[in-house]
Design a protein around this ligand. Structure first.
Ligand SMILES: O=C[C@H](O)COP(=O)(O)O
Length: 258
C-alpha cells in the first residue's frame, strides 16, 4: 500500500483551554479550512463546555457539507448514564455534536490513573455511541532511554484496543509523553520506526482494516516541523495540542500535510 494512501487527519486537542470567547478562533479555523485541500480532514476537540456551541457554528458554516471539519471530545465515561457525578458519557458528547472522542491520552492516564483496561472500555463506549475513538499510546522519557519504546507501545496497543476495530471507527495517536508540550520531538527516523511498528501490529491484528487505520503523530507539532513529520511513512496526520489553540498555526500544520 502506498504509505500516504490513507486520508490525513489533523486533530486539535484544546485540552483544558477555551472559553466562549474562543469561538472566534474556531470561526477562523472554519474560514481557513475552506482554503485547504479537500483531501484533508480537520477535527477540533474543545473542552466539553464548548462542543455544542461549536457544533452549531460548524453547522451554520457548512450547510453545503464542503468543509471537512468535525468536532470531537477529549474523554468520556465508560457508561452511557448513571450516578457518576461530574462525568460525561459518549452518548452525551454525541448528542452535543461530537463525532470522535480521544481516549487514553497520557494526561488522562497520568492524572486519572487510567489503565489500558479502562481505555479499552472507553473506546468501546465511544463505539456504542456511534463515534470514532482516537486511542493514544506513547512512552515516557525513562522508557525510551531504557530502550523499551516498542515494548511499551505494543503493550498499550494490546491492552487498549478492543476487538472489532476498523479503519472507520478507530484512529491511533502515537504521542511520546516526553514530547508533549515540551518543544522536543523524536527524529523523523524514530517516528518512522514507531509508526511502522504500530502499522505492522494493527495489520497483524485487524488485517486489511489495520492497514488503512489512521495513525497520528502527537507531541510538539507546530508549523515549523509539521511538514517533515507529516512526510514520515505511516504518519497520517497529527494530534496537535498547544499549536491547535491558534487558528493560523493549526491551519499551517494542516497545510503541511502531503
Ligand atoms: O493531544 C495533544 C498532545 O498531547 C500534544 O500536545 P502538544 O502539541 O502541546 O505537545
Amino acid at each position: 500500500m502506498p504509505v500516504h494512501a490513507v486520508r490525513p487527519l489533523i486533530a486539535g486537542n484544546w485540552k483544558m483551554n477555551g472559553l466562549k470567547a474562543s469561538s472566534s478562533e474556531f470561526e477562523a479555523i472554519l474560514a481557513g479550512a475552506a482554503q485547504l485541500s479537500s483531501g484533508i480532514d480537520l477535527l477540533v476537540c474543545p473542552p466539553a463546555t464548548l462542543i455544542s456551541a461549536f457544533a452549531d457554528t460548524l453547522a451554520a458554516a457548512n450547510a453545503d457539507g464542503k468543509l471537512k471539519v468535525a468536532i470531537g471530545a477529549q474523554d468520556c465515561h465508560v457508561n452511557a448514564s448513571g450516578a457518576h457525578t461530574g462525568d460525561i458519557s459518549a452518548e452525551m458528547l454525541a448528542d452535543a455534536g461530537a463525532r470522535a472522542i480521544i481516549v487514553g491520552h497520557s494526561e488522562r492516564r497520568a492524572d486519572h490513573a487510567e489503565t489500558d483496561a479502562i481505555v479499552r472500555s472507553k473506546a468501546q463506549a465511544v463505539w456504542r455511541a456511534g463515534l470514532v475513538a482516537i486511542v493514544c499510546v506513547g512512552e515516557t522519557q525513562g522508557e525510551r532511554n531504557a530502550g523499551h519504546t516498542l515494548d511499551v507501545v505494543a503493550g498499550q496497543l494490546a491492552g487498549s484496543l478492543p476487538d472489532g476495530a476498523t479503519a472507520a471507527n478507530l484512529v491511533v495517536a502515537y504521542e511520546p509523553v516526553w514530547a508533549i508540550g515540551t518543544g522536543m520531538t523524536p527524529t523523523a527516523e524514530d517516528v518512522e520506526e514507531v509508526h511502522g511498528f504500530i502499522r505492522q501490529t494493527l495489520t497483524q491484528r485487524f488485517d486489511a482494516e489495520g492497514a488503512q487505520m489512521r495513525l497520528l503523530y502527537g507531541g510538539s507539532v507546530k508549523p515549523s516541523n509539521a511538514r517533515e513529520l507529516m512526510a514520515v511513512p505511516h504518519v497520517n496526520g497529527a494530534l496537535v495540542g498547544g499549536a491547535s489553540l491558534k487558528a493560523s498555526d493549526f491551519l499551517a500544520i494542516a497545510a503541511g500535510c502531503p
